[in-house]
Design a binder for this molecule. Sequence first.
Ligand SMILES: [Zn+2]
Length: 87
Amino acid sequence: MKSDIHPRYYDDAKVICSCGNTWTTGSTRPEIRVELCSTCHPFFTGQQRIVDSAGQVERFHRRFGLTSEGSEASDAATAEIAEATAG
Ligand SMILES: [Zn+2]
C-alpha cells in the first residue's frame, strides 16, 4: 500500500442505534450513529412502526378525526375539508 494516502481504519468502530442497540464493526470512523438497525427495523421485527419525528402522522390523525377523541375532531375536519374544496 502506498503510504500516507489511506485513512485510519478502526477495527472496533462502535455502531450506536437510536433504539439503544450497539455493536462493533470495521470502519474509517471510530463511532457511527444510526437511526435504524436490524433489531428495530420493521422488516426484521414484523411490526408496523412509523418513524415520525416531526409529528406528521399525529397531525394527520388530529386533522381528519381518526383519534379516539370523538366527533368534535371529525366535525372540524369535515368543515376544514368543505372549506378547502369550496375555494
Ligand atoms: Zn435499532
